[in-house]
Design a protein around this ligand. Structure first.
Ligand code: IYR
Length: 225
């Protein structure tokens, strides 16, 4: 029987082909090796990326689990140069104040190895910007719909999004201009949506340098019981 009712709701049989322990090892190693090649990149080539690639990446993000399957996210995909310019100008205005007044010295010192500053040319150079919005609540047929674990759900979806961008062969940087409410205004988003993360997406510049920093090793991150 391929379908049955549970709590009066239809369920379908879920089957995945069995995977041998050897194959599990191979698959997990391959995926780890691929993800370990991911780097945050802040210098983008202006070379275009096909729209369908971006749509597939966003579809992948939307496969993330979410509280009560409410899928409390909206992905805004921006290629319009005028909108990118406006976002860059406003983000830089805020970042200028952050770097000069808002961020304490310790924070700025922690960022020194990454080489960041208030200038964000990637907001115009990258062929696409994705602005992820979290929906504090949903609206269906004019009625408010309760959402659950919004922060966690959208965070997980962004993880999937970043993995999909990398897997496709592109690069990104998780940019969180602060404060970032201006994004809702520029993109004309409704009251139930709050900006969560901004990701420029594209090819890296031909000669791009990234910080010579390293990931914690397994013994530093894993506790076995
Ligand atoms: N939002 C600023 C500052 C910044 C903060 C952290 I924490 C980073 O890991 C990187 C940057 C900016 O985008 O420059």
């Amino acid at each position: 029987m391929e379908k049955k009712l549970i709590n009066g709701h239809p369920h379908i049989l879920y089957q995945r082909p069995p995977v041998s322990p050897d194959q599990l090892l191979q698959n997990s190693k391959n995926f780890y090796n691929e993800m370990d090649q991911r780097r945050t990149v802040r210098e983008f080539d202006t070379k275009p990326v096909p729209l369908e690639v971006m749509e597939n990446i966003i579809l992948t993000a939307s496969t993330a689990p979410s509280g009560a399957h409410k899928q409390p996210w909206t992905f805004c995909l921006i290629s319009d140069p005028e909108i990118k310019k406006k976002i860059r100008e406003t983000a830089e205005e805020e970042e200028k104040i952050s770097y000069s007044h808002r961020m304490p010295e310790d924070w700025k010192n922690d960022l020194k190895p990454l080489g960041t500053d208030w200038e964000k040319p990637f907001l115009e150079d990258a062929p696409y910007l994705i602005v992820v919005f979290k929906q504090s609540y949903g609206i269906q047929n004019g009625e408010k719909v309760q959402h659950y674990y919004v922060q966690e759900s959208v965070g997980i979806a962004c993880g999937f999004l970043i993995a999909a961008i990398h897997h496709a062969g592109l690069v990104t940087v998780t940019h969180t201009p602060s404060p970032m409410n201006f994004l809702g205004k520029i993109l004309n988003r409704p009251e139930n949506e709050k900006p969560f993360l901004l990701l420029p997406v594209g090819y890296p510049k031909t000669e791009t340098y990234v910080p010579d920093i390293h990931r914690k090793n397994l013994e530093e991150i894993l506790v076995r019981y």
